[in-house]
Ligand binder design. Structure first.
Ligand code: PMP
Length: 351
């Protein structure tokens, strides 16, 4: 039985390899923010996947469907353009399932992610970050490279619907069961849109009243698209793996009831608060997600349950988001531990 379905393959206590260990992540109540808003703010702990991010689910879903269709055969090569986490998930899975892995990544991504991909044995090609309209954009280049290598498959996470199907089949049902069927809102930023769309579609089908909220950083066109129908981007963001200039096949048709744009300083303040007050060490997209969940709590009022995603760990961004000089060089302030007012809410029960 696979790790990407909601029925637990680990119910016996033993899990059959890396693939079966994907998913089944805890849903963590973010205590301080819940108390401050009067809502239940819950974070799906996707950093606890065996490859360290929410993208393990998409990577596994994509490989499984390609194996079933015969597109991927033993000893074949998996090629992908990725901001890092999908590549990391694929690199682990390629080792576990017997494939070569070739990753094309923009050179703007963190050294931690690029270094990790190399340590995992993937062939890594770093390329300059150029817009999607340019044929040398990392995603488009990865498609051409895949077409040139015999026996290679292009994972194509942005437009391969196996991505959102993986979240529809696993993340959505897990959240629904963990919440006992009581969810008022689902909030997530999108890179490919797979996580947002797969979960939003599943939850809406279970209960049409679940409010689906798209979170977006500056520099992305999706907040404007969701609010006005026009793709329009302004500014930029230090967050990685989220935001887009186009509507991917995975995002197309997903339910969107509201959209929240979050600035980098707000996202930073949020991840440092999660670190100092909850003990959770998380990446930048989590700051966008959780800050948008707090804004959604404000819009809905007290007494609601809001679910979002804790996509990956802060470990992947130590030299950036957790480095004072790096932040100051970008006009951002590193939040102080004391400023996160430890007395804001009682500490977690000891025991
Ligand atoms: N957060 C991080 C850190 C990511 O790497 C990604 C994927 N690029 C996302 C969020 C968004 O996930 P999705 O591709 O499913 O929209």
């Amino acid at each position: 039985m696979g790790g990407i379905t909601s029925d637990s393959s680990i119910s016996s206590g033993i899990c059959e390899g890396f693939s079966a260990a994907v998913g089944h992540t805890p849903l963590i109540r973010l205590r301080v923010l819940s108390e401050l808003t009067g809502c239940d703010i819950l974070g799906k702990a996707e950093f606890m996947n065996p490859g360290g991010s929410v993208k393990d689910r998409a990577a596994l879903g994509i490989l499984r469907e390609a194996e079933r269709s015969g597109e991927l055969r033993p000893g074949g090569t998996v090629v992908e353009g990725t901001a890092g986490n999908t590549g990391i998930g694929l690199a682990h899975l390629c080792n576990a399932r017997g494939y070569r892995c070739l990753i094309v990544i923009p050179d703007t991504q963190s050294a931690e992610k690029i270094g990790l991909l190399r340590s995992l044995g993937a062939e890594v090609r770093t390329v300059p970050a150029v817009p999607y309209a340019n044929p040398d954009n990392y995603v488009r280049l990865s498609g051409r490279i895949a077409a040139e290598i015999p026996g290679a498959m292009w994972a194509n996470q942005f437009d391969n619907l196996a991505n959102r199907r993986a979240h529809y089949a696993s993340t959505g049902p897990e959240i629904w069961h963990q919440c006992g069927g009581k969810v008022d809102a689902w909030v997530a930023a999108t890179g490919t849109g797979g996580t947002y769309a797969g979960v939003a579609s599943y939850l809406k089908e279970r209960d049409a009243r679940v409010r689906c909220v798209l979170a977006d950083p500056h520099g992305s066109a999706l907040h404007s698209w969701a609010s006005t129908g026009e793709l329009h981007a302004e500014g930029s963001s230090i967050t990685e793996g989220i935001g887009n200039s186009r509507v991917t096949a995975n995002l197309e048709g997903a339910p969107i009831d509201d959209a929240v744009r979050v600035g980098d300083q707000d996202a930073l303040d949020t991840i440092y608060r999660l670190l100092w007050q909850e003990g959770l060490f998380l990446g930048g997209s989590v700051g966008i997600n959780v800050a948008a969940a707090v804004e959604t709590a404000r819009r809905l009022g007290p007494g609601h349950r809001i679910v979002t995603v804790l996509c990956d760990s802060g470990d992947r961004y130590r030299s950036r988001l957790y480095d004072r000089d790096w932040l100051e060089g970008r006009g951002l302030r590193q939040p102080e531990q004391d400023a996160c007012s430890i007395a804001a809410a009682p500490a977690e029960q000891q025991g």
